[in-house]
Design a protein around this ligand. Structure first.
Ligand SMILES: *Cc1c(COP(=O)(O)O)cnc(C)c1O
Length: 361
């Protein structure tokens, strides 16, 4: 397999048409896209091209059988204007874990990293400068056999597209613990960032929104007892000073933000535990006044505070955001690492050009 990446520059950059102060999430796309195709058992024709639409055969397998996976990550600018990525290899490895579960080919980490690096380097003018804003990066793989029939495809397309996004200051979210539908079952695809997981979550999410909630809080599929995660975020609770997040059951996403938060908190001396907390324990903590914080953690928002959680006929209303020490500390630490305001002693924030050199060695 050749790692050479052909680059075709756009002749009409749109970067000057963008209002970087007012960026809707996920609707504006940068000038270039990275694409590679898998055929004859190898990744081939790796290229960066002007951003364009794909032409797909109506029988393209991903459209019918959902053999499709993605990642979500961010590039930001350091205080001196250098493009930086946050834990990019963690995302490459998780992408391959998702690929394995969906019976899709591995993408060599070196190809993933080189394509990512060259694309972000080329479109670095698209990285918004303010702390908290970023270039959101969406690596994706789809099955492209033109075939009606359920079997693993022989052809795949890998692509990376990017969108500039503004600082994400989400309102605290109101959740409802879901007691009818489930997101994932043990042995299923819940741990993969597989397209189909999100399709299955749309109806319960829509019903929750129709009842005045922002998102659902997923419970386990077997007993509707163990708290899983919410939307596209892992979930954390602070109970009586102790920080709790559900363990990686195999049904929840192994979040990079979750992993980062666990490490930041334990190094800062917090009492942190990956613990299979049940919804009944949460209600009990609420009732005895020890439930102090709840927040979601994921790349898009970093931290979303949770204002309320409904479960059956109990409505748990949490303390105001001004009292949320742990969630706010995580958000400001991760944003600060990304912007260079906080010195990165973890080796998580990687300058884009160093990755090229590292990957080429
Ligand atoms: C992407 C995602 C997360 C968060 O993962 P990060 O790596 O922190 O962005 C959590 N849950 C689900 C279902 C997700 O899709």
């Amino acid at each position: 397999m050749s790692m050479d990446i052909t680059i075709t520059h756009t002749k009409n950059s749109k970067v000057h048409d963008v209002d970087f102060e007012n960026l809707p999430f996920g609707r504006i796309f940068s000038d270039h896209i990275f694409v590679a195709d898998y055929y004859d058992g190898e990744w081939q024709d790796a290229r960066i091209e002007p951003f364009h639409k794909f032409q797909l055969h109506p029988a393209t397998m991903a459209l019918h059988y959902g053999q499709a996976i993605f990642e979500g990550m961010k590039a930001s600018k350091s205080f001196d204007g250098k493009p930086m990525l946050f834990r990019p290899e963690d995302h490459a490895h998780r992408f391959n874990a998702s690929a394995a579960r969906l019976c899709m080919p591995d993408i060599p980490v070196k190809l993933f990293m080189t394509g990512l690096n060259k694309l972000v380097s080329l479109d670095q003018a698209w990285i918004p400068p303010q702390e908290g804003s970023a270039l959101y990066i969406r690596p994706t793989m789809i099955a492209t056999d033109e075939f009606i029939g359920v079997k693993p495809s022989q052809h795949y397309k890998f692509f990376i597209l990017t969108c500039p996004v503004g600082p994400y200051y989400p309102k605290p979210v109101k959740l409802v613990a879901e007691t009818k539908y489930v997101r994932a079952v043990l042995g299923g695809t819940g741990e993969a960032k597989a397209a189909g997981n999100y399709a299955g979550a749309m109806l319960p999410s829509k019903l929750a929104q129709d009842s005045g909630f922002d998102q659902v809080l997923w419970l386990d599929a077997k007993e509707f007892k163990y708290i899983q995660e919410c939307g596209t975020m892992n979930v954390f609770f602070v109970i009586n000073g102790k920080v709790i997040t559900p363990p990686l059951y195999g049904t929840i996403l192994n979040g990079v933000t979750r992993r980062s938060a666990l490490q930041i908190l334990s190094e800062a001396g917090y009492d942190v535990e990956e613990y299979p907390i049940t919804i009944d324990e949460l209600v009990a903590a609420y009732k005895n006044g020890t439930l102090q914080e709840a927040f979601g953690a994921g790349t898009a928002a970093v931290v979303s505070h949770i204002s309320d959680i409904a479960y059956k006929d109990v409505m748990m209303t949490l303390p105001p955001v001004s009292q949320r020490k742990v969630g706010s500390f995580i958000k400001s630490t991760i944003d600060g690492l990304r912007s260079g305001r906080i010195t990165d002693t973890y080796g998580w924030v990687v300058p884009v050009n160093e990755i090229v050199e590292a990957a080429v060695v």
